[in-house]
Write a protein that binds this ligand. Sequence first.
Ligand SMILES: *Cc1c(COP(=O)(O)O)cnc(C)c1O
Length: 434
Amino acid sequence: MRQRQFNLSQTEIPTQWYNVCADLKNPMPPLSPATGKPCKPEELAEVFPEAVIEQEMSTERWIDIPDEVRSKLAMWRPAPLCRATFLEQALGTPAKIYYKYEGASPVGSHKVNTAVAQAYYNHKEGTKRIATETGAGQWGSAISMACAAYGIDCTVYMVRCSYKQKPYRRSLVHLYGAEIYPSPSDRTEFGRKILEKDPACEGSLGMAIGEAMEDTLAHKDVKYALGSVLNHVVLHQTVIGLEAKKQLELAGDYPDVVIACVGGGSNFGGIAMPFMADKFAGKNIRFTAVEPAVCPTITEGEYKYDFGDTAKLTPMMKMYSLGSDFVPPPDYAGGLRYHGMSPIISELVNENMIDAVALKSIDVFAAAEMFARTEGIVPAPESAHAICEAINEAKRAKEEGKEETILFCLSGHGFIDLGAYDSYFAMTGRGEKA
Ligand SMILES: *Cc1c(COP(=O)(O)O)cnc(C)c1O
């Protein structure tokens, strides 16, 4: 029997995060919307705890993971690394396909890796409530769980179309004790303004971030938390790649290509950056970021300074962007519908260190179906983008007769997204639309 799982023990959970900002050639600082000059730490102090701001701006290569955070991570980490032997067989490819499975966390995605770290620093610095936004609801459930773990209140603004499409993610947020509102909501001035103009507005992540920021700035003991895009989030997610590296060592392997889907870039950054460190040192390794064709931030966006939200309250970040007013069409890849991109990932794309592809959802769901039928796991539609590109890569390897090693991040499971699968069946003439 071929070995499928490469397991680490709890003591091997990383003790430090890898900060790629130490190794970037040309890091672009965020600019203050007030002055147009690089943000000062004081300007962010209303929004984030000090420790988080320090990490956001840090150029230290390695940053210690507090023991309290490691002990929370140990609720689900180390995460499994599996070799997709049955998928390989079905494809008849000479390529070896490995996936790092982040869907085994309590909330079913990688997002809780940063949620527990952010909740910890907020707790330590006396934050009473965290206000945040969520797209498909993955981040909302992750930060709610983390807030519950540290006894902090939590308010979640959820993009309205997802609020309607994904009622069970709402239930999860309630179960963890947080409050959740469809965005745009009537709880903020910004939300009320949008609703006045367009009462049926379906919302966007950019709008929901604007509402959460306004809530934060209007209350003294409230802080804001973001589940993607920012440097500290990518930093916290590097536990994914650091573990995967050790696990591939156990397998006696090293990837030729690392693949992950990108919404704001955090699971991609998490799995890829520890390997990027090797590329900086001269290693021959490729990286592919996969985005949905309906929100092609990297492949069709512009690399420029832009706001992170529609309300234009956030600092301006140098990133690939479709414009902060961009409202992506409703799509099942909810967690990938963001107009911007992590400045770290953007800078590395600009340096030609990362390739990007945009895939159509029909192909992505077909890949998810093949994966479920061979490997058994039901992937989140977001994660299925990475699967689809891994399959494309393995097919190319077959055509070229190459014994390639592919590593991809399976960022979450799709148990709460079965409605999206029903729609896919309907779209392909099988079964009724849910
Ligand atoms: C949120 C989410 C994504 C996209 O966010 P990134 O910051 O780009 O990783 C991808 N997969 C899952 C399962 C998610 O919940």
